[in-house]
Every structure is written in C-alpha cells, then in structure tokens.
Write a new protein. Sequence first.
Length: 623
Amino acid sequence: MASENPLLDIPFDIPFDHIRAEHVVPAVDALIDDAQARLDAIVAVDGPRTFANTLGALEEATEKLGVMTTVVGHLESVATTPELREAYNEAIPKVSAFWSRIPLNSDLYAALKAYAETEDGKALEGPQARLLEKTLDEFRRHGANLADEEKEALHALDVELTRKTTRFAQNLLDETNAWDLVVTEESKLAGLPPSAKAAAKQAAEDKEVEGWRFTLQAPSYIAVMTYLDDAAIREQMWRAYNTRASSGERDNRGLIVEILKLRRQKAKRLGYADFADFVLEDRMAKSGEKAMAFVDDLRAKTQAAFDREKDELLAFRRELEGDDAPALQPWDVAYYAEKLRQSRYAFDEEELRPYFEVERVLEGLFALAGELYGIEVKRRDAPAWDEDVRCYGVHDGGEMIAAFYVDLHPRENKRGGAWMNALISGASLDEMGPHLGLFCANVTRPTKEGPALLRHSEVETLFHEFGHLLHHALSEVPIQSLAGTNVAWDFVELPSQIMENFCWERASLDHFARHHETGEPIPEALFAKMQKVRTYRAATAQMRQLGFATVDLRMHRELDPEALTPESMLAFARDVLDAHASAPVPDDYAMICGFNHLFASPTGYAAGYYSYKWAEVLDADAF
Ligand code: ZN
C-alpha cells in the first residue's frame, strides 16, 4: 500500500498528523531504491553529458530521501514514542550506509569528471560552477581518487576511528556516572542555594541514601563550584571532575593518542599535511595555520584584560579574608567570582523576567525581522506534531517565500536544548518555491496563574534560533545543497549570533520588552546593570575558549602522534590549558580526557573548536 505512506512523497504542508512509526522503514527502503536507481541512471547516460542529466540529476537523486530523513529525525526529537525510536534506529544505519557509499561509486565519479571536461561543464558559472567544484571536492575528500586497495585502507581507518571515538565517549560517560559524594552534615552545605540543596536531597533519595548527594553532572557540579562555602568539598569535586577517564580501566589517554594517529594517517592518505588542513580546507579558515594565527591574535588582544581580572579577583579575596589570604586555587575561582559579581552589581536575572512575556517577545522578534529585511511574518494554518506548535508564513510583497513552525516549551517526548531545522528547500534553477523550516526551544511555560515570563538568556536563545531560520527562509541560492544554512561551518553561526545583539540594544528592546502588567519599558538602572554584567569577567571566559581552541589545533597540527605516549600527550595538553587558566592547574589535570567535542566522534569539533570565536568575531564586525 505504498500510496498510503505519507513519507513517500512529502508535500509542503507536511501531514504530521498522519505520519506513523510503521511508515518509516518501508519509506526508507523505497526511497533508497529510488535514489539508487537515479544514480544508476546518471552512470548509464547515453549521449552527451549535460548539467541536467549529470550534476543536476545527482542533486535531485537524493532529494526525497533527504527530506524524508529530516522529517523522521525531527519527529524523533519532538514527538518520540518507543515505536518511532525503534523504527528510527532500524532505518538510520541504512540511510548512513547509503550516503557513505556514494563518493566511493567510481562509475559515478567518472561520470562527474567526464561532465566536468565537456564544454557545458567548463562553461558553468556562479552557483552551478560552485556546485561542480564542491561535488568533485567531496568525492575526492572521501577518497574517490584513491586506488581500490587504498580506498579499503581509508575505510578501515574510518571504521577504527568510529570505534575508538565511541569508546572515548562511553568511558567518559561511565566515569562521570561512577562518581558521587554524599554529605550527611547539613552544616557543610552552607552557601548552596535552596534549589541546589533540594536537587541534592532528591538525588540522595533516588539512590536510597541519607543526606545530600552530589554528582559530576553539570547542574550539580556547577552549583557546588559556584556557591559552596566548604573549600575542601569544592577541591575534592574539582579534582574528581578534572581527572575523569585518565587512569584505570576507563583510561582515555591512550585512546586520544590512537585517535590522533588515525586522524593524521587519514589526512596523509588524502594528501594533506595534517588533520587540521584536511578539515579546514572547505571552511572559511582554509588551513590550520590560519586558524592558529586567528586564535593567537585574539589571545594577544585578550591577555591584558585577562590578567587584570585575575588580579582583581585575588584582591577581592584579600578584601574579604585579609592580606594573608592565599592565592586562588582552580576550585576557588568560580566561587569568588560569583561573590564579587554579587557584591559589585547586585544583579538578579529574575528581575528582568516581567519584561519578557513570551508572546510579546515573539511579536517583537518578527517585527524586528520585518524592519531589517522587509518581510512580514503572519500566522498560518498547517498540521503540526503537537497542539503547542504554531506555524507562520514569511511574506515578501504579495508572495509567501517561506513558512516555519515554532515549538517553544518542554514536553516529555521532546529533547532538551534549542535548535533550528530546515525541512524543505524551495531552491530551484527554474523558479524558487517557498522554503520550510522550524525552530524549537525549551523555554519557561505559562502557568495557571499567568503568562510565560522568560529569562533574558531565553530571549537570546529565541533570537538566535530565529536567526538560523531566517538564513534558511530568505535564501535565494538556486541550488539546494548550497542554499540556506549549507555554508562553511565557521560561518554558520553568523546569522544566528548577530540576532542576539538586538537583545542588548535599548532601541530594539523597547519595542518588545515591556512589563507584562504595567507596559513600562525596562527601567534605566536595571538596563545599566544588565549591560555591566554582560562583560563581567568576559576576558576570563574568552581565554578559556581560546585555551580549548589552542589545545585542539596544536594537538592536531604540531604533535607527532607516532612519537606520543599517554603521559607525554597529557603533559602537553595540561601545559597548554594551564597557560589559559585563571589559577595554576595541578600536574594530573586531565581535562583533555573529558573533551567530548574533540574526541567523541570521528571529526566533530576536532580542529574546529576555534569556530565558536571565529563566528563571534564575524557577527560582532557585521553588527
Ligand atoms: Zn546556533
């Protein structure tokens, strides 16, 4: 009954109310067959190769499969059920296996190269020329130019890399979960806010122990580091956190050395000096050298402010505890920084909430986009995956150029965090159609007593995700795989981060930040406080990010993995991070063994951690 499966041919108004788990696997099988048949047809072209029968056909071959996979993946994140998860877990490996075989299809590669050599291929311009270049690059970067036995070797490296990085992530997860600390004397909990105390009590009850239980999960760990008066407990927990997976049976040190080796070997096989040059070739930075120069430059500009912040924090401690108070230890920094912040600004983020009623925030956000880009955002009717979800149209003149869904609040069947997703691209060489996308968040819900009043950081999140959505919705690039958010990774956060700036400007805030009862704008004194807090210890935060970016690039560029031991790797990482830390770290400091961004997947953020700062510089300049 193929015709009854809504996933086989997904229309613009996606029938979310008709998609069921049992549709997933048959749709995946059918659409993979369909895509494979289209690829075979490209290879079999008899007669002259043209854009339409070769490159354009390749672009279209996987379109339906792509949209279907995105829609199913989306439902798994916002409306999961045990049946859907099972179907998803069965289907996804088939889809990834299909994608990974495409660049190794040597007949297809030959067809593309043959097309590139035709007069038609050589005469391409603009986005079409870019598509040809990117497609050939992608095949080459996946080993299409290698001899068969070298392809095998490359494949073996990839398999091993997946195995080792998965192991890294599992070790870290197990180590994090294996540690806890139960405190039985309430007097030792001085300083901790009631919410953190209640969470610790609950965590103890869940394990059926007496007292208060603390873990290395972020909310528990951060609360202790920031607020707990007892320095000995802070030290114990800091040491546990920062030596995770660095010894014993879950030792990640050796795995890091192995991962660095595999990555270097992969880069060399593909003709690059090192893994950073391989990864960065198709990003804005272009090479490891340029990314490193960027990080070094930013560090030089941050150093003086960073040193001032360190001195200021020590001076503050001595104000509190006398001139002979000792230098700060790593487990003291967050604690005294919070005390200093409170004493200097007496700023409570909760004071801002009444000014950020969620409906007004959205209206203000859409009005701002209208002012900036000359568009109009209007509600529209469309089926959705939950009654909480709304749909909007983006209008330009008389035309609807895009539509998008907004899913704002937490639900049990929805994952955490905030994100944007592109569902359908209207990009086309003939006539652009409307784009379809969405953004999701997990912000404060309305209650029975009153409307949803957001924290300022939640407002920033909505602006950020809507910026990604606009990037997709306003795209005029006529080729799907190059349109919207399909840009270099170190650029993709510009359209989102630039929107955050408007949450800090009086002129834009006054449009939508109005007291939900009185309609008053944010009072001047509160606005001034919030501006000051924004840059409080910003150099320290920046230096920390630069430390991560530096250790990442230097490990993937400078280190010779063949000459590395677990001990020398750890010492190298420790020294680099120590130079960026607010207080000297101990010899066994092993943050690197818990650095998921770099080592929990074959590429992930490896040689790419600098991108956070890179995009921030771009958006600051552009704003
Ligand atoms: Zn983002």
